[in-house]
Design a protein around this ligand. Structure first.
Ligand SMILES: Cc1ncc(COP(=O)(O)O)c(C=O)c1O
Ligand SMILES: [Zn+2]
Length: 402
């Protein structure tokens, strides 16, 4: 275990690792810092080749102290696939999809849950609570079940139906709220204060981000220890984009990748785009987005606790933030499936809609290496696709052409 301390990115406070902790006394999320000089001595890149293809291959850069605390469903090392047909059709010479569609629970939320729940188990949490837009709840409920931790979840009633079922089947205590994730968060906030539960809300504990940063480690490893020119990420709470930026900073400090930093793009839906609005005004924090609504439900986050960290990652990497319409998202979803055979979630599809927009504007050059982060499988969102195939009678013949 190489955690040196937990650090507040807002004030100068530091905290010891390995304890039950939520946010800084000032209210800011905490970031885990490692003794990277020690990690560099304990581990080299070649060692990784012998290890299993899960995110635990980076265990020296993760916060779990004792390996017996690890709760794993086999998560991590998802494919980085070259999207040749899609790229060729739309003018990208080097387009890739980092595909989280095949990870346990069907979305990248499994990464944050695996590490977050393992750390919670290590500090003897018996009940944790969280608000969710659905996929994080599905993932945390699954890992809590495996860990024997009681899990209390509050979710907007408009979340995808499958999320209700995947959470309920684990035996978690699930409540729906007639409101948004921000309303669910307030209910959870009151409950943890009253009952002394652990608050696993986005960035209210420091370890979820550590799980999500492994997407950055994997992209670098899969590209031969270099980073692509651009990574496009569907941004809700922002943990993934903050995590990838943190991962690359750690790899740079270890000397495992060069100085180059990928330009990080935060994509939001035009029906809920607080980060984009802040970026356009060159602000460092966002404002609450009223009336948030989009088919990409996972990124319906009107105000993220870590907004300042998302914006910092975007500005410092010379990235940008863009909004795409639901219409463009659904079109992108169909294009990706037709060209690549990959049924991506609407959040993942939003990254391709953004890529097209940025290529058209000249912000991306055709030859640049662009990685789209598909955060989950489209199978979780059957309602985003309409299909009405012709119905045959048993004796009917098929036409030669459809
Ligand atoms: C499929 C999907 N993509 C993206 C996101 C946004 O994640 P982040 O908190 O990392 O911005 C979510 C969050 O719920 C999600 O479910
Ligand atoms: Zn602080």
């Amino acid at each position: 275990m190489h955690v040196s301390h937990l650090e507040c990115p807002q004030c100068t406070n530091t905290y010891e690792g390995g304890r039950r902790i939520q946010v800084c006394a000032c209210g800011s999320p905490l970031l885990v810092r490692y003794a990277l000089d020690r990690v560099g001595k304990a581990l080299n890149r070649q060692d990784l080749l012998q290890r299993p293809a899960t995110l635990w291959r980076y265990r020296e850069l993760l916060p779990v102290r004792d390996e017996t605390s690890i709760v794993s469903l086999g998560e991590g090392m998802t494919p980085l696939v070259r999207a040749s047909q899609l790229g060729e059709r739309f003018g990208f010479e080097n387009l890739f999809i980092k595909d989280e569609g095949i990870i346990p629970t069907g979305t990248f939320k499994a990464r944050g849950a695996a590490v977050g729940v393992s750390c919670a188990r290590e500090v003897a949490v018996d009940t944790l609570a969280m608000p969710t837009n659905g996929n994080a709840g599905g993932a945390w409920a699954a890992y809590c079940a495996a860990a024997g931790i009681r899990c209390v979840i509050v979710m907007p009633r408009d979340a995808p139906a499958i999320n209700t079922k995947e959470i309920a089947v684990t035996g978690a205590d699930l409540y729906l709220v007639d409101g948004l994730i921000s309303d669910a968060g307030q209910i959870v906030g009151r409950a943890v204060a009253q009952h002394g539960w652990f608050d696993a809300s986005t960035l209210k504990e420091p370890y979820r981000i550590e799980g999500k940063k492994t997407m950055g480690f994997e992209i670098a490893e899969q590209m031969g220890w270099r980073v692509p020119d651009v990574i496009i990420y569907p941004t809700g709470g922002g943990v993934g984009i903050i995590g990838i930026y943190k991962a690359f900073q750690e790899l740079q400090a270890l000397g495992w990748i060069g100085e180059k930093m990928s330009r990080l793009v935060a994509v939001q839906a035009s029906g809920c785009a607080p980060i984009v609005k802040a970026y356009e005004k060159r602000q460092n924090i966002s404002e609450f987005w009223e009336g948030a609504a989009t088919c990409a439900f996972g990124i319906t986050v009107p105000k993220a606790l870590g907004d300042f960290l998302v914006l910092e990652a975007v500005y410092a990497s010379r990235g940008c933030a863009v909004a795409v319409t639901d219409e463009a998202i659904l079109e992108a979803q169909a294009r990706i499936a037709a060209a690549e055979g990959n049924f991506v979630c609407p959040e993942g599809a939003a990254t391709f809609a953004a890529a097209r927009q940025l290529l058209e504007q000249g912000w991306i050059n055709p030859e640049e290496e662009v990685v789209l982060l598909n955060t989950g499988t489209g199978l979780k969102y059957p309602q985003t696709v309409q299909a009405a195939p012709p119905l045959l009678a048993p004796g009917d013949d098929l036409p030669a052409k459809g």
